[in-house]
Design a protein around this ligand. Structure first.
Ligand SMILES: Nc1ncnc2c1ncn2[C@@H]1O[C@H](COP(=O)(O)OP(=O)(O)O)[C@@H](O)[C@H]1O
Ligand SMILES: [Mg+2]
Length: 331
């Protein structure tokens, strides 16, 4: 999916540059037709630039009086060209390429030798993925807005830590994990615990960080996912095909609230197994949350799913414990 979205965006960059080149050509034509002095100037500049290139080839260490002189002359003429443009009521950059992003010159990549994704490209990837990931809360729920104060500073059963300390440790661990993405040894994370313990919030934190690193993320509730899948079994249309592609192709798939979906015989189990298994085989990341306990999960889904999900060589199991912070807020 990431490649699909990426190549689509790069294609748009391509088209943008083509359009800009064409617009520049028309501006050049307009100027050479209407301001003959600039036309002469531009021909001279081009000649001088060609001579400079020749000199550089003859004299690759870039020293030498001729090159310096040519350089100086070119700059003077360009200066003169800009003045003339202004005199004729045109903007000084009228005869330059107009880039939306001067940093990557609308190629999406920066750097001469080592190419890096430009932030404008990352932004586009993020926006595209937001669309398909149904994530709107990410500006409110991310590692920067994580507030330890919402968790009670009271000890939790079976631990030396308070709920707040536990959540701070968990946050730090997940931040490390997200920073290392996608080079994590274990690619599946399962959050298990009752409602109101901050599971969805932390899933959103992960989503935001990974998106901002330029990867694709799809976040969907189990309820919505399995409804969609159920419908797609009834009708095979393009939209459903896209859903399937996303489920298998996104860099990180986040399924929230596993266990809240409508149960339809073995249907959910089969689909869930296929998704988990395919992503496991492709070494892709899947993050899930559930309100069910592990035993309940085992009961509800097939043994095959349980063994996939609870295989600790690939899954990090994280238990959420303590008091429901939603109830706490109301007190
Ligand atoms: N670390 C946090 N900082 C600020 N608010 C939080 C934090 N964790 C959870 N919340 C808020 O508390 C409420 C419950 O959290 P949520 O993540 O939905 O719990 P769960 O998914 O476990 O039911 C939400 O309104 C959420 O925005
Ligand atoms: Mg939740």
């Amino acid at each position: 999916m990431r490649n699909l979205i990426l190549s689509e965006i790069l294609q748009e960059y391509d088209e943008l540059r083509t359009r800009e080149r064409e617009a520049l050509r028309q501006r050049e034509n307009h100027v050479t037709e209407t301001i003959p002095e600039i036309a002469v100037l531009r021909r001279t500049i081009i000649e001088l630039m060609a001579r400079r290139s020749l000199e550089i080839i003859k004299n690759p260490n870039l020293s030498g009086q001729t090159i310096d002189e040519l350089e100086k002359k070119i700059n003077e003429l360009k200066e003169r060209e800009r003045d003339l443009l202004i005199q004729h009521g045109l903007p000084p950059d009228y005869l330059s390429m107009h880039y939306r992003c001067p940093q990557c010159e609308d190629t999406g990549y920066r750097g001469d030798i080592i190419k890096e994704k430009c932030s404008c490209l990352i932004q586009k990837l993020v926006e595209r993925t937001y669309q398909l990931s149904d994530i709107k809360e990410l500006d409110r729920e991310n590692f920067d807005t994580f507030d330890p104060e919402v968790f009670p500073d009271a000890p939790i059963e079976g631990s030396k830590l308070t709920q707040r300390e536990y959540m701070i440790q968990l946050k730090n661990r997940l931040m490390d994990y997200a920073k290392k993405f996608p080079d994590n040894r274990r690619k599946t994370i399962l959050f298990s615990g009752k409602t109101g313990l901050g599971k969805t919030f932390l899933l959103n934190c992960m989503a935001k960080t990974i998106l901002n690193m330029g990867y694709t993320v799809m976040r969907i509730s189990a309820y919505k996912l399995f409804n969609q899948l159920f419908l797609s079994a009834l009708q095979d249309n393009e939209e459903n095909q896209f859903l399937f592609n996303c489920l298998f192709e996104v860099d990180a798939l986040i399924i929230d609230d596993l266990g809240t979906e409508t149960q339809r015989n073995n249907f959910t189990s089969e689909d869930l197994f296929n998704i988990l298994n395919e992503r496991f085989t492709q070494e892709k990341h899947t993050f899930l949350s559930t309100n069910l306990g592990l035993a309940e999960l085992k009961d509800r889904y097939s043994d095959r799913i349980a063994s996939r999900l609870f295989d600790t060589s690939n899954t990090i199991l994280i238990k959420f414990v303590g008091q429901d912070i939603r109830l706490r807020a109301r007190n």
